[in-house]
Design a protein around this ligand. Structure first.
Ligand code: AP5
Ligand code: ZN
Length: 217
């Protein structure tokens, strides 16, 4: 499959994308996870990106487009298709993605919006716990790990993201409405755009995705 997931912070992109990856044996490219791995390695890009991420802004289009281009052409898992989570986040990124794919005679098949009211996102974001190495996320209340603060699969510790506080979330939402909602507009008139109610419980959101893939259960 070749698809993108668009939605505000906490909409559930990182929760649903691994399931899509498993279903289609494709790659899951999460630009936020890629940036956080640069931050963890304290690379020059990581140092710069951390400031921007904690302030709820966006890293430059050139850098993000370069990252995706590189992954799509070198990551072997992407031979089976891709699910992009957190990209494209600006209209310029969306245009570049179309160009990148056209060069390989490919097209996107699904642009899926996870639609949810901002008011529901505070609880999701402030209760999130993540396993940095895999990008797996949990929630203190909505999706607790089997053992407190421990990843179910590896037994490694879970952490809270430095941008997962109410203040940074407010800024991330402002950025989302200003820069990323126009991306919804970019796809809306194409046949590949679909919107899902992301306020449903995770299993229901998954069912809505399966419907888009043409399956009913
Ligand atoms: P990124 O990591 O992409 O963050 P985000 O867009 O803010 O999205 P989140 O990861 O917060 O939300 P999610 O939708 O993945 O939610 P999740 O499934 O985990 O980007 C971080 C930063 O990097 C950006 O702010 C920017 O600075 C930079 N960046 C990244 N990409 C960029 C780009 N292309 N260009 C420029 N800059 C870029 O769920 C959240 C919580 O809710 C979890 O605890 C989960 O368990 C829970 N949950 C999920 N679904 C449900 C449900 N249905 N019901 C109840 N709880 C649920
Ligand atoms: Zn995410």
């Amino acid at each position: 499959v070749r698809m993108i997931l668009i939605g505000p912070p906490g909409a559930g992109k990182g929760t649903q994308a691994p399931k899509i990856k498993e279903k289609f044996s494709c790659c899951h490219l999460a630009t936020g996870d890629m940036l956080r791995s640069q931050v963890a390695k304290k690379t020059p890009l990581g140092r710069e990106a951390k400031k921007i991420m904690d302030a709820g802004g966006l890293v430059s289009d050139d850098i993000m487009i370069g990252m995706i281009k590189e992954e799509l052409s070198t990551n072997k898992e992407c031979k089976g298709g891709f699910i992009l989570d957190g990209f494209p986040r600006t209209v310029a990124q969306a245009e570049s993605l179309d160009k990148m794919l056209a060069e390989k005679d490919q097209k996107l098949q699904h642009a899926v919006e996870l639609q949810i009211d901002d008011a529901l996102l505070v609880a999701r974001i402030t209760g999130r716990l993540v396993h940095p190495a895999s990008g797996r996320s949990y929630h203190q209340i909505f999706n607790p790990p089997k053992k407190p603060m421990t990843d179910d699969l590896t037994g490694e510790p879970l952490i809270q993201r430095s941008d997962d506080n109410a203040d940074a979330l407010k800024k991330r939402l402002v950025t989302y409405h200003a820069q990323t909602v126009p991306v919804v507009g970019y796809y809306k008139d194409t046949g590949i755009w679909k919107s899902i109610d992301a306020s449903q419980e995770p299993g229901q959101v998954w069912n809505s995705l399966l419907k888009i893939f043409g399956e009913n259960n």
